[in-house]
Design a protein around this ligand. Sequence first.
Ligand code: MEV
Length: 438
Amino acid sequence: MKAITGFSKLTKDEKIKWLASELTGEAAELVNLLPSYWHPDSSTQKKFDEFSENTLTNFNFPFGLAPNFLINGHIYSVPMVIEESSVVAAASLGAKFWLDRGGFRARVLSMTKVGHVHFMWSNNKDEIKNYFNKIKVDLLSSLKHLSSNMEKRGGGILSLDLVDLTDKMENYFQLKLSFNTCDAMGANFINSILEQVATEFKTRVSEDLKPQSNDFQIIMSILSNYTPECLVECSVSCPIKELGHFSDAMGPHEFAQKFVNAVKIAQVDTNRAVTHNKGIMNGIDAVVLATGNDFRAVEACAHAYAARSGQYQSLSEAKIIGDEFHFTLKLPLAIGTVGGLTSLHPLAKASLMILEKPSAEKLMMIMASVGLAQNFSAVKSLITTGIQKGHMKLHLLNVLNQLGADQNQIEEAKLFFKDKVVSFSAVRDFLNKDHSLH
Ligand code: MEV
């Protein structure tokens, strides 16, 4: 492909034409199909276009619903946006299983977010520390115009500290601020405040302490997506005997004990822990996406939290206490229910309506419950039937659609593959041999 200048200045049609002209054959044909994915309503399409840059079209993902989530005594139907087959089914199965056993109990442990001004100071350490203490109140006052609205909503800046990190990196200090951003994820609020405090700090230090330019340098000001103090916990429990019976005549006691061991394995073995947590994030990400939240931030933070002990471990924990089975998930979730895409994207807005317009705290609890349901269903399958049985049912449908099967062929294939291993080639052979694919 050729390099191009001024691509962003082209209209959407021109961008697509340019791209098609750079491609040949099937690729060019596919690119010419992009407009068929535009929204029929041009003002809605304009909204989508403006979320990002150089937009050509929309990329559709399934928007599904997992009903029957009983959380703290209230039933929710949870919207999920995910392309992977089995995830919504697993969440729904997990929700239904626990609906009959008391449901999910969730609580938010804390809602604090942090951000930092990273700077270098190579003069006397006490000089900057004493000076910071002297101007701290003034620094906070200089931020009032940015924080007053958030304060009216019950949030704002919670603390401002100078952190000496010179033992980790020569001359490295931070201004560390912590925040309560109420129902907003708060990235813009936090970053605006950090940039303002950095400017004020730089001016004051330069005027009063008169350091040489090499001795004092603001490096950057940015929120941290690591939010271990924006934490939610969710758990389920029931008497072991109420867990029921599973495949191969596995009774509830064997199931509970096998389940606890499966989760313990994810605490001691990183290989398993990553896959285990991926299953949890299957559920959480789908709700994060459906509600217009930032899944990259949630993912980055969850995995850093999983490694907080120095070893990457399971985010969930399972225990047998006396005759009871207990299963808990604890993780940080910095999400919002106001601002950002949550009100701009019509489907994010619809998701929040379906969830009865939750506060950020409620949404954290809902997301954690979906993560726990997902994890429960995945581990339950793994220690009983294996996951391929359920997975392959949906995978079969994807393969059949990919191969252009019609409804009759789909029904026949479902019967044929009921007790057989599904693979792309097996399905193609089935359609070619016995069921005349084109
Ligand atoms: C697949 O997307 C997720 C699982 O691998 C999770 C797990 O192994 O726990 C089924």
